[in-house]
Write a protein that binds this ligand. Structure first.
Ligand code: DGY
Length: 323
């Protein structure tokens, strides 16, 4: 029997690519250069499965291409706002993602950004690298204490809960959260967490605000000028979710004017392009979307896609079906 044809849009961890080669008639992307719209359309016409990642916009135009052959899109990533889910549903294409396996590592990066922003770590490192450090000083690079402070989480899914555990059990932080639906009572009790009725209430209370909501039109610029003005002047904003959840121009204004003390960002509106305003600021920590970038996690993400594919080609429902 012929092996199903599978197209992978970016370079994946070697051990996962080895498995893909053994199981499928696979087209890999050795160069790791993102595929063009035309190449993605061709893949939709020539393969049974397309395996994109969060940097590939899989639009209605690509999904609706004439003579499409693809029956399953196995996204390498937990977020799937890169895919037009409604178009996939209309075309009866199955879409899967990679939940669970990146939860702890992404929460680690959120915690890292929180600590770096609070303690001005990027600014401090730049001081050494630029040769500007002349020695210890009692008033030099004074940041804010983290232990015992209040962390407000917007969105309270797996990653937010993992961060809350690290913050509460590791740093004695008080936990506030805003979530459209109530989480399990056990996690609320474990963390002695308080649910805020509104985003506004959370913003005005928290010393640190961390974003954990999905991207897409419903959350675009959820954090805007008006909401940034509600935060404490000593507060820090952390974003490991999606760039467009925050209005970048408003955040730059807030950081310049001192409406808030700092921000730690792993994701950006229009990434990989970075709003140049961020590059001029001392009080922002910038990471290039590395939330899930640990060896173990990236392999686990690939394996998760493989499991979804195996289930699909064996005629079963894939575990991580989102459409
Ligand atoms: C995701 O999976 O959605 C992250 O943004 C990349 O790992």
């Amino acid at each position: 029997m012929n092996k199903p044809k599978v197209v992978v849009t970016r370079k994946w961890p070697a051990e996962v690519e080895t498995q893909l080669k053994a199981l499928y008639d696979v087209q890999l992307n050795e160069t790791d250069r993102p595929m063009s719209t035309e190449a993605l359309k061709l893949a939709m016409q020539s393969a049974d499965a397309l395996l994109p990642t969060v940097t590939d916009p899989i639009t209605a135009d690509i999904i609706g291409v004439a003579n499409r052959r693809v029956k399953i899109i196995g996204n390498f990533g937990v977020g799937y706002n890169n895919i037009d889910i409604n178009a996939a549903k209309e075309q009866d294409i199955i879409v899967t993602n990679t939940p669970h396996v990146l939860t702890e590592c992404t929460a680690d990066i959120a915690m890292l950004l929180l600590l770096m922003s609070a303690r001005r770590a990027s600014e401090a490192e730049r001081m050494i690298q630029n040769g500007h450090w002349t020695g210890w000083g009692p008033t030099q690079l004074v940041g804010q204490k983290v232990t015992g402070k209040t962390l407000g989480l917007i969105g309270f899914g797996r990653i937010a809960q993992a961060m809350a555990r690290k913050a509460h059990h590791g740093f004695g932080m008080n936990i506030l959260f805003y979530a459209p639906s109530a989480p399990e009572q056990a996690i609320v009790d474990e963390l002695q967490a308080i649910r805020c009725e509104t985003i506004e209430a959370l913003l005005s209370e928290a010393h640190f605000v961390s974003l954990h909501c999905p991207g897409g039109p419903a959350t675009k610029h959820l954090i805007n000028e008006q909401r940034l003005k509600l935060m404490r002047p000593s507060a820090h904003l952390i974003n490991t979710a999606r760039g467009d959840v925050v209005d970048s121009n408003a955040l730059i204004k807030a950081l310049k004017a001192g409406w808030i003390a700092g921000a730690g960002l792993d994701v950006f509106e229009g990434e990989p392009n970075i709003n140049p305003g961020f590059l001029e600021l001392a009080n922002v920590t910038l990471l290039p979307h590395i939330g899930s970038a640990s060896e173990e996690t990236r392999v686990a993400m690939g394996n998760r896609v493989l499991q979804n594919l195996s289930a699909f080609f064996a005629g079963h429902e894939p575990n991580d079906r989102v459409a």
